[in-house]
Each structure stands twice: as structure tokens, then as C-alpha cells.
Design a protein around this ligand. Sequence first.
Ligand code: GLU
Length: 316
Amino acid sequence: MTRTRAALAIAAAGLSLALTACAGDASPLPGRSTAPAPDASTPTAIAPDTSCNPRASRRPSGALPQPGKMPAGSYMAEIQKKGRLVLGTSQDTLLFSSRNPLSGQVEGFDVDMGRQIAAAIFGDPNKLQIKVISYDKRVSSAVDGSVDVVADTMTANCARWKDVDFSSIYYEAGQKVLVSTDSKATRIEDLGGKKVCAAAGSTSYVNIGLVKPKPVAVALPSFGDCLVAFQQNEVDAISTDDTILAGMAAQDPYAKVVGKKFTEEPYGMAISPKHPEFTQFVNAVLEKNRANGTWAATYSKWLGGTAPQPPAAQYK
Ligand code: GLU
């Protein structure tokens, strides 16, 4: 098994290297091609910030403008003038945003969220530039304007609302744990003292610090790095959103996801608070796509099966 794991890790590293070479967008790569030395510092177990309703976003105002006719003076008009919507996302989250090795394109549920906004602005879902960002740059990329919107399995929470605005919720995820198929663990509480990996800058890393008995939380730049570390037996488990873990389990026959969701991770798209009208616009696009079946079709396309009801929009 160890040898198989090592071979898988090398394959993953090689794939990552190959993907680097054929990257279609000129974005910096957040991950590394081999597993870096784990940082096993314990996350500070901060109490969850419950000072707001993280699901409540800005209410859309009126009907959507026609594609190609964005209101003068709005941030949408600026994007229209620029000729493309810049989406910040990952490239190693299978099903949500990962690079297709055949086409070289980053694709998935999150990318389609961006495409649907581009379609509403331009009448063309392909007027989208994907910028690959690391998990710990999601907030700063939205704030500094290097991307127009972030759709990246990103949990809307009160701490992040202090810096960015979130769209209404487009997906309800929750944290679980992935272990080796021969592990006896059935839930994260069974991993006290064991090394559990999460991406730096993720809610997952903080949440591991709240588990009792405490696992040893290991932070790596991306969840792809966690998978490589797991396959090299450098960590015992990976804990993050069920969505991300499902993609990893699909890539590793020696991995299984165990236990129930132990957190709520409602996904929103992050937007600079400087452009409230853009958040309202994105929410109007989400409203339309929940109602006309586009959300359900996007769910079935990437996650398979019949889509559940989309998360209901909540507004301030
Ligand atoms: N959804 C969580 C977060 O936003 C964990 C996974 C991720 O980093 O996307 O931090």
C-alpha cells in the first residue's frame, strides 16, 4: 500500500507539473508540484464569529439589464468595457474548479458560476478570464481588484464579511474527514493526536483546531498538496468540505470519506465591497438561474444525479 501511495503521489506530482506546462491562463500557480514539508503548527481555536447572518446578502434591485447594456457608471459597465470577467478560483478542486488535462481548461461548478455571470454581462459565457489563486488569497484578491469575483468553494462567514461582500449562497457544503481505506476512524474525533491536513487560509484548518481530542492540524498551500502529503503517508487524514473530499476520494482508491458533516460551509462568491451594485447584479443572476433550472442543470452536470432544491436566497 505504501508503495502504491508513493506511486500515486508521484503521478499526482507529475500531473501537476504537466499541467503547469500547459496552463492556458497566465496566472501564478498557488500549489507546488511536490508535497512541501508540512507545517504542523496548531491552529488557534478561535470561537466561531456569530455576529452576523453570513447567508444574508444584498437584495437585487429591479430587473437584470440586457446583456451588453450594463448601466452607465456601474461596475458591470467597467467589466463590459474591459471585455472579460476575471474570476478567481482554484485549479485542483475536482468538480468545482480543476484543470481538465485534455483541454487544459479549468472547469467545474465554480467556473460555471463565473460563466453565468459573464453570460449575463456580455451575452457570452466565454468572456471569462480565470485567474488561479491560492486559498489564502481569496479575500485579498477580491479586495485589491486583481479579480472581479471569487468563486472557489469559499465559505461565507462573518469574519470574511468584514472584508468582502458575498453573493447569496449558491451551495451548502459541510466539513468531513478523509482517511485511508484501512483506517478504523469513523469520525474526526477518532483522530486525536493524528496529523490532519487542510489548506492554509481555509475555514477547515481553523475547524480542525476545535475538535476534541485535538488532531495535529497540518497546513499546506492547497488541498492538492494535502492529497500528495496523504499519499506519501506524511499526514494521516485530510479534513475539509465534503465537496472537495469527494473529488479527492474519486482520485485515490485507497481513500475514504467518513463521518457526518460537522460544520456548515455555505458557499458564496466574494466581491469587493466597493461594488455593491455588482453583488446585487450577481444575486439577480443567481435568482434567475435558480428559477429557470440553470442551477439544477449545473448541479447535475458536475455533481451528478438529480439536483436538490437550490439554497434559498437570504437578504439583509
Ligand atoms: N470552504 C472552506 C473555506 O472557504 C474550506 C475549503 C476551502 O478552502 O474552500 O475555507
